[in-house]
Design a protein around this ligand. Structure first.
Ligand code: SF4
Length: 199
């Protein structure tokens, strides 16, 4: 890792975080402070709550789009661990009609560069119902090079966090014993996926 390049990137990331902070409308910021309690107090089903959270995340992350290097065709983070909960598995099943496999290992470590089984030709085949963790990550660097698996854990990058979005997610997966976490590769192993599907 080039320390000078990392230091330079951190300066860029901090400045970028400020730009993003300004780009998000106050109405959305206010909504974010309420999202966890809204979900906690809602009578919706867990999947409906998850969809509600995803829709809110879409609106807030769309304000960040022009400042971040995350774009269709970039798949670095699809080679990281992709930890999902039972409710996200249920949502993927509902939307893609693919049944999950029995879990073999809980919280296994896939930070070895192996791709997510839903990654095809650098595109996410389940983009509309992709898990929370895939929606939450956003690099603030000028380039996605820093997301490469070989260097992503080296150095301390600036990240944007929405604490109430995280709390809302915890609130959904904490309900009805839905919190069992597993890597997406365990729930939907490569060999089990049909040839044609999309959600
Ligand atoms: S679900 Fe989609 S976005 Fe998430 S890691 Fe897999 S291919 Fe990438």
């Amino acid at each position: 890792m080039n320390k000078d390049a990392l230091a330079k990137s951190r300066v860029f990331e901090k400045a970028n975080a400020t730009k993003i902070e300004r780009a998000i409308p106050n109405s959305l910021k206010r909504e974010e402070t309420r999202i966890a309690s809204k979900i906690r107090n809602s009578n919706k089903s867990p999947i409906e709550k998850l969809v509600f959270l995803y829709q809110f995340m879409d609106s807030i992350y769309s304000c960040m789009a022009k400042y971040i290097p995350c774009h269709a065709g970039c798949d670095h983070c699809c080679h990281y661990n992709v930890t999902i909960s039972q409710i996200e598995i249920a949502y993927i099943e509902q939307q893609s009609k693919i049944a999950h496999a029995p879990f073999l290992r809980i919280k296994s470590n896939h930070h070895d560069g192996s791709p997510c089984p839903f990654l095809k030709n650098s595109q996410c085949e389940i983009y509309k119902c992709r898990p929370f963790v895939c929606r939450r990550f956003a690099s603030l660097a000028a380039t996605s090079d820093w997301c490469r698996i070989e260097i992503c854990n080296q150095g301390n990058h600036v990240l944007f966090r929405f604490s109430k979005i995280d709390e809302a997610y915890e609130c959904i997966v904490g309900q009805l014993s839905l919190a069992t976490l597993v890597d997406i590769r365990e729930a939907f192993p490569f060999g089990m996926l049909p040839v044609n599907y999309r959600c």
